[in-house]
Design a protein. Structure first.
Length: 247
């Protein structure tokens, strides 16, 4: 797949959409006697409106953990993760603030689709819009446009995605993440299970989000995709703890 190089970010406001500052992360290995494993030290970067920042580094460097910290799934040891708007520090926010930020400020395409069995694919995709107050008919229409664009045939829309193939599930996952227009979009290997045609569609969708001012933070192991959508790479291994450092 040959894709054009991504354009530079448009003029953006002074304040970044996402500012990660001095974040440390340690995991406690409860099945190994409570051993503590230091993963990140002093993680610092920003993502501005219209930018796509890629997290680079080898497997196990902590890239997916960073996305989960930004989304509020993982706690941090210290540091701040400030999201604007609504200007909330996810690292210090209470659960209600995190849920509100997820609803109103950031979307997340994880590596795996998690949905309630028997809920139709069209409803799975439309759900984030409905939760933010969009009318049901408009939400379904927008969901249908994305599913069509991503090659999910209409005959499958009334079926639960749990019955779909891995690639179909990932396309539903992508549609759900892209259906809302929110300040921040988090992407964890969005093209990993896709064929060439659908990879190109996802690249187009990311570029369109950037053009509308969305800040994108993602993990892209496909170098061609990364070069096509990202204008900057944060090398996560630069924030690895020093060898022998205490957890």
């Amino acid at each position: 797949m040959t894709l054009p190089t991504t354009p530079t970010a448009p003029n953006t406001p002074t304040a970044p959409i996402l500012a990660v500052t001095g974040v440390d992360k340690t995991f406690t290995m409860h099945l190994q006697g409570g051993q503590r494993l230091a993963v990140l030290r002093g993680l610092t970067f920003e993502v501005r409106a219209g930018e796509c920042v890629a997290l680079g580094g080898a497997s196990g460097a902590g890239k997916s953990s960073i996305l989960k910290m930004v989304y509020g799934n993982y706690a941090v040891d210290r540091g701040s993760i400030v999201l604007r708007p609504p200007c909330v520090d996810i690292a210090a926010a209470d659960p209600r603030q995190v849920l509100a930020a997820r609803r109103d400020a950031m979307a997340y395409v994880s590596q795996f689709l998690r949905c309630v069995p028997r809920v139709p694919a069209l409803q799975v995709v439309a759900e984030p819009l409905v939760h933010r107050g969009t009318g049901a008919a408009e939400a379904r229409e927008r969901a249908a446009r994305l599913l069509t664009r991503l090659g999910i045939p209409e005959r499958l829309w009334a079926l639960s995605p749990v019955t779909f193939s891995g690639g179909e599930q990932q396309r539903v996952n992508i549609a759900r993440g892209f259906v809302s227009e929110l300040p921040l979009l988090l992407l964890d290997e969005p093209t990993a299970a896709l064929d060439a045609r659908n990879r190109e569609v996802v690249v187009e969708l990311i570029r369109e989000k950037r053009a509308r001012g969305t800040a994108v933070l993602g993990i892209f192991h496909d170098a061609v995709v990364r070069e096509a959508v990202a204008n900057r790479v944060v090398e996560v291994e630069a924030f690895a703890p020093a060898v022998g450092a205490a957890a």
